[in-house]
Design a protein around this ligand. Structure first.
Ligand code: CAA
Length: 378
């Protein structure tokens, strides 16, 4: 089992302290207004949290995948929307790190790590969700450029992104082996944001539809090799699913912390409800689930660093398990708070709404079962 060392524990404690002081007091307002918290983005960038997956030689502060997971977990404990700032910055950059040329890494690494540019990951399309390879976006080579046409939907932080890694077909006849990845900048002519989604949760993280109409992408902005885009996307998701699992662990822990506090303070039938076995056993079960999810997640994060051949399998396992735990624990936390839990004055209903997305994005949990079982049966 993976255990944190002193340096990692210290880092987690620093982020936890910052999140308690700066993020937690803003979380209800961020949800209510549905606004991207630029003030918190500035704090994260000053702490170096936007460069946790950018290696030093490309201007970042990467010390291992576990640091990214710890940062996202601690921020999500206070506010899931805010944790997406750190998570998506890494997700959008990862295909460049995995497949990109030295030139692309040196160009974009410092901009990503410093937070000067926000990055997004453009994979999903209206008819290509779980079946990501069914994308219709097309890029056709013309001299020293590609002409990109198509649209992407449900793109986290997409409406605000300065840079988007976009996946498109360069040779439809080759199917999944005809998909390539490109780095597109928001200034490129023909690029636009066509829709801001209205969502159930993570309301402080804008989600949108992006349109590409005859966008001229310089050939040097092709990521790696033509036809390798789908593999870069899958490898990116292998590294990113433990980060979603961390988000799930964070929101579950946050809801549990608040449920414990509520159960100790709330008096019914003459004593704090924590003293009733029905409640204390619920808390014990919630805690056990969170500990198990966290252990699985740290294990997967460590595998990413070691480039363990079982990374894909373990990333899917931890994402599926931790997100189910997040949903169960936030629901139980709300239940413990009863009528108060259902009211928007308390954080439980927000945490339950936010937890739900972790079972859906970066591959639904049904797709996680497909990935896990395929790996087992290989
Ligand atoms: N690593 C490397 N290569 C991989 C791979 C991996 N993990 N997974 C697949 N590949 C390769 C395969 O080896 C295969 O290569 P060859 O053609 O050379 O044999 C190729 O990719 C195709 O693989 P599959 O046949 O397995 O592909 P598939 O069409 O059956 O789909 C899938 C696989 C797992 C279902 C995939 O489509 C998938 O992950 N779907 C879910 C999509 C998803 O997670 N979207 C998330 C959007 S981003 C997001 O949500 C972010 C956010 O908002 C925060």
């Amino acid at each position: 089992m993976y255990a944190l060392n002193d340096e990692q524990s210290l880092f987690a404690a620093q982020v936890r302290r910052m999140a308690a002081e700066k993020v937690a007091p803003r979380s209800a307002e961020i949800d209510k207004q549905g606004e991207f918290p630029w003030d918190l983005k500035k704090i994260f960038q000053d702490m170096g949290l936007l460069g946790l997956s950018v290696p030093e030689e490309y201007g970042g502060f990467s010390r291992g995948h576990i640091y990214l997971c710890l940062a996202v977990e601690e921020i999500a404990r206070a506010c899931v929307s805010s944790s997406l700032i750190v998570q998506v910055q890494s997700l959008g950059w990862e295909p460049i790190l995995i497949g990109g040329s030295e030139r692309l890494k040196k160009k974009y690494g410092p901009l990503v790590a410093s937070g000067e540019k926000l990055v997004a990951f453009g994979l999903t399309e209206p008819s290509a969700g779980s079946d990501a390879a069914a994308m219709k976006s097309k890029a056709v080579r013309k001299g020293d450029r590609y002409i990109l046409n198509g649209s992407k939907c449900f793109i986290s932080n997409g409406p605000l992104a300065d840079v988007i890694t976009v996946f498109a077909m360069t040779d439809a006849a080759k199917g999944v082996r005809g998909i390539s990845a490109f780095v597109v900048e928001k200034e490129f002519k023909g690029y636009s944001v066509s829709k801001w989604e209205s969502k159930m949760g993570i309301k402080g993280s804008p989600t949108g539809e992006l349109v590409f109409e005859d966008v001229e992408v310089p050939a040097e902005s092709l990521v790696g090799e033509e036809g390798r885009g789908f593999v870069y996307a899958m490898q990116t998701l292998d590294t990113s699913r433990p980060v979603i699992a961390s988000q799930a662990v964070g929101v579950a822990q946050g809801a549990l912390d608040r449920a414990v506090k509520y159960a100790k303070e709330r008096v019914q039938f003459g004593k704090p409800i924590a003293q009733f076995q029905g409640i204390s056993w619920m808390l014990a079960e919630m805690a056990t689930q969170v500990e198990a999810a966290r252990a699985l997640t740290y294990q997967a994060a460590d595998m990413v660093d070691r480039k363990d051949p079982r990374t894909s399998y373990m990333s899917a396992c931890c994402k599926m398990f931790a997100s189910d735990v997040a949903m169960r624990v936030t629901t139980d936390a709300l239940q413990i708070a009863g009528g108060y839990g259902y009211m928007t004055d308390f954080p439980f209903e927000r945490m339950m709404r936010d937890a739900k997305i972790t079972q859906i994005y970066e591959g639904t949990n049904q797709i996680m079962k497909l990935v896990i079982s395929r790996e087992m049966l290989k």
